[in-house]
Write a protein of this length. Structure first.
Length: 229
């Protein structure tokens, strides 16, 4: 049985948020018979250990610092060991064989070392056909679905993942541009499906903190990628 490490970022501040994250974990485990997931949870709530909530069978890491998307992902990467790694939002619903289908596509197309599963509601609205085997590209929220990305371990060092200048916004845009700059192919795989409950994690961030987190991120992105170097 193939093993895959998966990193979730969570903010377990109440029963609702716990339920959202636990649903993702439950559907993940239900989704595959031939893939064993090693689940790494990076928990934002500093008081998680005293909260009474528990993600059983998961490696839960609680950084005692303010939420920082890419830094928290990098904490998770330090605990990975498998060839394939997934970074995923905690507000996903996974469908049967979503990971098996990603792995099978990669076996048949080894040049594709980064992939996202298709989200039927979102991607249909974006004009990406559900019947396509694969849509190649690097656009955030299109081919690069930041809520769920699977990538081969070889690209971590090659791309120096993840750039900690990005705290939250433009993180997936930067990821796509990094792949493009390294000529690493990314695909949105049509027969791999997840459902994204949009905004259910994002909504836990206070408005003022959202503003602070966002205010300089475009400048960071522009300075790094525009004009192309």
């Amino acid at each position: 049985m193939q093993e895959v490490d998966i990193i979730f970022l969570t903010n377990t501040i109440d029963e609702r948020q716990y339920g959202i994250s636990q649903r993702a974990i439950n559907t993940l485990r239900w989704s595959e018979d031939s893939v064993k997931f090693n689940i790494i949870v990076i928990e934002t709530n500093h008081k998680y250990l005293d909260s009474g909530f528990m993600y059983e069978g998961c490696n839960v890491i609680t950084p005692q610092e303010e939420f920082h998307y890419n830094k928290f992902l990098n904490y998770g990467l330090k605990h990975t060991k498998t060839d394939w790694i997934v970074v995923a939002n905690n507000d996903l619903i996974f469908t049967k064989k979503w990971m098996t289908n990603l792995l099978e596509f990669s076996r048949q197309n080894p040049e594709v070392r980064s992939m996202s599963p298709y989200e039927p509601n979102w991607h249909a609205e974006k004009g990406l056909p559900s019947g396509a085997i694969c849509n190649l590209g690097y656009r955030a929220a299109y081919e690069v679905a930041g809520w769920c990305i699977a990538f081969h371990r070889s690209i971590i060092e090659e791309c120096q993942l993840f750039d900690e200048r990005f705290r939250f916004w433009y993180q997936d845009t930067d990821y796509g541009e990094t792949l493009r700059s390294k000529n690493i192919t990314h695909g949105l795989i049509g027969n791999s499906r997840v459902y994204h409950m949009v905004g259910q994690s994002y909504d836990t961030i206070p408005d003022e903190k959202k503003r602070v987190m966002m205010e300089d991120q475009f400048k960071v992105y522009y300075d790094k990628w525009k004009p192309e170097k």
